[in-house]
Design a protein around this ligand. Structure first.
Ligand SMILES: Cc1ncc(COP(=O)(O)O)c(C=O)c1O
Length: 399
């Protein structure tokens, strides 16, 4: 078709027509309303970023590397940073991971996109927790998969359901977040991690283990990943976003070598390599500072905010409202009685000056009417108290 006097007809690929509608525009709109307290977003608290440490690391990069820090580099990433990441798998989790198995990415979000790109053809089945991370749903959707949600029980994904759906749907991979899941805040039990590994073992279904929050347990104690039990079948992503600074846009993926080789080709085609300067700054930062104590302090602080929020939920919201009990991460989830709808709470919340995230976009089926995600990392304790009072008014008015 040719353009008209009004201008060209813009033609987009077929995948643009099947993308789920984005809720983020609406969120940004409401978050900009003056005076609003937002539990809807997902940011770490910027006041906890180590400005001084990152400034010193940046200067050291210029002093030590000069113009080399501004040059192109290899696709797999800056070797010293990959070595630091590999070493931390050993020091934190006792796992032997080689730097050769690590690929640097532009935030772990990029790994979601590229992994789906290399593994899925249109119509292939992808399993995802129910509810699941919105950013993964959006990234995977570009490749036209068929999503199958896997419901949880108290310990993680329902094992019988998982075993059955792997048999019937032959999925290419199962995407899950065992540590402090986004959006629910739930953590899989150790036993369930082993069960999931057993279920997957002997099938062709891979596990995409997203570990965005694994260093943010409130008690500072790491949990063993599923990757430990099934290294040849698990891709595991990690990120510096939550524990150092998201603006650096540096994450990584550890994957079995054949998967990594394909991933590397896709990454090269997408962007040649991740920001070398950021990688060098992070390397300096992680080497010069002992970041572990700072990261543990961050986890403790988020733990206090989470406990404050759950205490206020129990004190101020109706008994019919339930909540998850996170042991780490940045989110918790409310469950609503049948008489309430999460979108209505969202709308009324805005009128009262508090933004919450309705569950709807986290479900690849029609769920989410009775769930709400709350973020506790981005608000101070005072803001959590004020915001929960506003939310309590919303619930009172709807009773
Ligand atoms: C579960 C999960 N995975 C991945 C990401 C992407 O993070 P980044 O690209 O900053 O590493 C996020 C961001 O919030 C997340 O919540």
């Amino acid at each position: 078709m040719t353009g008209t006097n009004a201008g060209p007809v813009y033609r987009f690929s077929s995948c643009m027509h099947i993308l789920p509608p984005s809720f983020l525009d609406e969120l940004f709109r409401v978050s900009a309303v003056p005076g609003i307290i937002s539990f809807a977003g997902g940011l770490p608290d910027a006041s906890l970023f180590d400005l001084q440490g990152i400034r010193q690391a940046t200067e050291a990069v210029f002093d030590e590397h000069g113009r080399a820090a501004l040059q192109y580099t290899t696709t797999d990433g800056y070797r010293p940073l990959r070595e630091i990441i590999a070493r931390r798998y050993y020091t934190r989790l006792g796992l032997l991971v080689s730097a050769d198995e690590i690929q640097i990415v532009n935030g772990s979000q990029q790994a979601l996109d590229l992994m789906a790109k290399i593994l899925t053809s249109p119509g292939d089945s992808i399993l995802i927790e129910r509810p699941g991370y919105l950013g993964a749903i959006e990234a995977f959707s570009f490749y036209s998969p068929v999503f199958s949600p896997v419901p949880p029980d108290d310990e993680g994904p329902d094992p019988d359901y998982l075993a059955n759906i792997i048999r019937t749907e032959d999925p290419v991979f199962f995407y899950g977040i065992p540590n402090s899941q986004n959006p629910s805040g739930c953590t899989w039990s150790d036993m369930r991690r082993r069960e999931v590994a057993d279920i997957l073992s002997g099938t062709d279904c891979l596990l995409y283990e997203d570990d965005a929050f694994g260093e943010l347990f409130f008690d500072g104690k790491p949990r063993q990943p599923v990757m430990k039990h099934l290294p040849d079948q698990v891709m595991m992503s990690g990120s510096f976003s939550k524990v150092v600074a998201p603006g650096l846009r540096i994450g990584w993926i550890r994957a079995p070598r054949p998967v990594l080789a394909a991933f590397n080709r896709a990454k090269q085609a997408a962007d040649l390599h991740s920001n070398l300067f950021s990688q060098m700054v992070l390397t300096e930062y992680m080497t010069r500072n002992n970041p572990d104590e700072k990261i543990r302090a961050m986890g403790r602080e988020y733990g206090e905010r989470c406990r404050l929020m759950t205490d206020l939920i129990e004190d101020m919201l109706p008994d019919t409202v339930g909540h998850t009990n996170p042991v780490g991460g940045m989110f918790l989830m409310l469950t609503l009685p049948d008489s309430m709808h999460s979108m209505e709470i969202f709308e009324k919340g805005i009128q009262e000056g508090v933004a919450v995230m309705p569950g709807v976009p986290f479900y690849v089926d029609d769920g989410g009417c009775r769930t709400i995600r709350l973020n506790f990392s981005a608000s101070s304790k005072e803001q959590i108290e004020a915001g929960m009072s506003r939310l309590a008014r919303v619930f009172r008015d709807m009773a």
